[in-house]
Design a protein around this ligand. Structure first.
Ligand code: RET
Length: 242
């Protein structure tokens, strides 16, 4: 299937989410960079990181959108390059929030290691899925990837991140970290849905869900997680700056 901007079908919702995702990420990045000026100096780094996450995503969406329009395929490579940069930055957000309560660098490295593991396994699962799709391949790498996801989930709900947030003197930080933990539990869980839509994936082979929609799920999840996550951090920063 070959698409271009002049022939984009009005019901091409995957293409639609690439376009709107690009603009939303760009707008969010501008917002976070400008609002950096309205918060206390100790929160400026957190807002910078929110701006970088959405800014880096905007640039990748620019390329992914064009790749999708030109080929009609999933831009798996650019997608994972983007995640490899932005997911560790989200780990940095958790670290910055819990640093006041005594978080050490080792916490940051553990989170980054777990997220890299999650993404490398996911990439092997998608990029090396044999033509026509292999359920064994998809499930094996999907399960391995999920181990990294579970580690992060554990840390933010009951492990180190959660404990440090509980020790924080600020109720705003406590509530904020809890909200971010919900993003990791619900928002991040949208990604495996997209993954399982690939040829041979569970949702694809068992329920017949189309592999065309892998990117629809990823685009929706990215908007929720990158912009929503940034807004939660912004909210904490603004309230703590009053
Ligand atoms: C901004 C991008 C974010 C927050 C991306 C998050 C990605 C995930 C949580 C991906 C998770 C996956 C699994 C848990 C199993 C299947 C493979 C992945 C990589 C889609």
């Amino acid at each position: 299937m070959l698409l271009d901007i002049t022939t984009m079908a009005p019901d091409d919702y995957v293409g639609f989410t690439f376009f709107i995702g690009y603009m939303a990420m760009a707008a969010a990045a501008v917002f976070f960079f400008i609002e950096r000026g309205s918060v206390d100096p100790k929160w400026k780094m957190s807002l910078l990181v929110s701006g970088l996450i959405t800014g880096i995503a905007a640039v990748h969406y620019f390329y992914m959108r064009d790749y999708y329009l030109a080929t009609g395929d999933n831009p798996t490579f650019f997608r994972y390059v983007d995640w490899t940069l932005t997911v560790p930055l989200m780990c940095v957000e958790f670290y910055l929030l819990t640093k006041v309560a005594g978080a050490r660098k080792s916490l940051l490295w553990k989170l980054i290691f777990a997220s890299t593991w999650m993404l490398v396994c996911g990439y092997i699962g998608e990029a090396f899925n044999p033509a026509g799709g292999s359920t064994t391949h998809s499930v094996t790498w999907g399960v391995l990837s999920t181990l990294g996801y579970l580690y992060i989930l554990h840390s933010v709900w009951m492990g180190e991140v959660a404990k440090l947030a509980d020790e924080s003197k600020s109720d705003v930080v406590k509530k904020g970290v809890r909200t971010l933990a919900w993003f990791v539990l619900v928002g991040w869980a949208i990604y495996p849905i997209g993954y399982m839509c690939m040829d041979g994936g569970w949702l694809n082979s068992a329920l017949g869900w189309s592999s065309q929609n892998v990117d629809l799920w990823y685009n929706i999840a990215d908007a929720i997680n990158k912009i929503g996550f940034g807004l939660v951090v912004y909210n904490i920063a603004i309230n703590e700056s009053k």
